[in-house]
Design a binder for this molecule. Structure first.
Ligand SMILES: C[S@@+](CC[C@H](N)C(=O)[O-])C[C@H]1O[C@@H](n2cnc3c(N)ncnc32)[C@H](O)[C@@H]1O
Length: 298
């Protein structure tokens, strides 16, 4: 089952439900602080890694929720990234991704802590037929990220994901000069608490990242070893954000559809322990290029 280990983590080959139901995984029950994953999307055409379709997908996906819950600590979180899908041959969106996420919440008896959007400005125009050819829709350029948990108060700290202040905010903190009184919104600025330097701005729930950024070591390793890079890799700053927001060093992060193991790399770099699961051996082999020291298993 284990294919390789690093200082902090282990990559397992296998089908997610089969592996999580295996006795060997019992040690992780109630121990995982964050399940961060990007499952195969419900597509209306088959992708390389064999996605299910329609209600079959939503049933398969929502049945994972109780299983995931069993592995989560009581104050742990589940973060799932899922793209949009479109109906075949019609310029209309499929609601399957949303219905599947709602069914997942219900089946796992989970709370929706917050919805995020990952906006990718570099995403190629799609669906091409309706966007580029007929020009009757605009580019579909975001995916859904749902943060869920067993309690309304899972472990979380937004001080761990602060962003650099804007130029104007830096200026304001320096000069302490601002227009008091009524804003155009009728809001009256009374308190001066916003003049306090909190070491950064609180980020919003719109995460902006292209997936063309930095995975040079991974890509070089794949090229040198004649392996095809994973076609749906995530930029590392997306798992970085949630791992920092929802876990502490030493905590356990699990990715049940790990692909090229972006989550494992992020966890290792942020000093968290990790467990990754993936069915496709080529993706596991390629992911070794993300780590400088590994111990391999047959
Ligand atoms: C969207 S990709 C994940 C990509 C990953 N986040 C990355 O950055 O490389 C989903 C992955 O789930 C794997 N997969 C699909 N069904 C699976 C299953 N039943 N059990 C385990 N892995 C599965 C696919 O092979 C694919 O690599």
């Amino acid at each position: 089952m284990i294919r390789y280990q690093t200082k902090l983590g282990a990559f397992y080959k296998g089908e997610v439900k089969t592996l999580l139901s295996n006795r060997e995984f019992n040690v992780y029950r109630n121990k995982v602080n964050l399940i961060f994953t990007s499952p195969p999307f419900p597509l209306n055409r088959k992708k390389k890694y064999g996605n299910l379709q329609g209600s079959e997908y939503s049933e398969w996906f929502s049945n994972l929720a109780p299983l995931f819950s069993d592995f989560l600590t009581d104050d742990g979180s589940i973060v799932i990234e899922m793209g949009n899908s479109w109906e075949p041959r019609k310029p209309v969106m499929s609601t399957l991704a949303l219905r599947s996420l709602l069914a997942f919440l219900d089946m796992g008896n989970l709370y929706l802590c917050q919805q995020f959007i990952w906006y990718n400005p570099a995403k190629l125009p799609s669906p091409a037929q309706w966007v580029n050819i007929e020009r009757i829709r605009v580019k579909d350029s975001f995916t859904h990220i749902w943060w869920m948990s067993k309690t309304p108060f899972p472990k979380a700290n937004n001080k761990n994901v602060l962003e650099e202040y804007s130029k104007s905010m830096k200026n304001l903190l320096k000069t302490k000069k601002y227009n008091a009184g009524k804003r155009p919104s009728e809001h009256v600025i009374g308190s001066k608490s916003f003049l306090k330097n909190n070491n950064g701005a609180i980020p919003s729930n719109v995460l902006i990242s292209t997936n063309t950024n930095s995975s040079t070591n991974y890509l070089n390793y794949c090229r040198d070893n004649n392996l095809v890079p994973h076609p749906a890799r995530m930029p590392i700053n997306i798992p970085n954000f949630f791992i920092n927001l929802l876990t502490s060093p030493g905590d356990i992060v699990m990715d049940t559809f790990a692909g090229s193991n972006t989550t494992g790399q992020s966890s290792e770099e942020l000093n968290r322990r990790w467990i990754s699961i993936e069915t496709n051996m080529d993706y596991i082999l390629g992911s070794k290029g993300r780590f400088s020291e590994i111990k391999e298993f047959e």
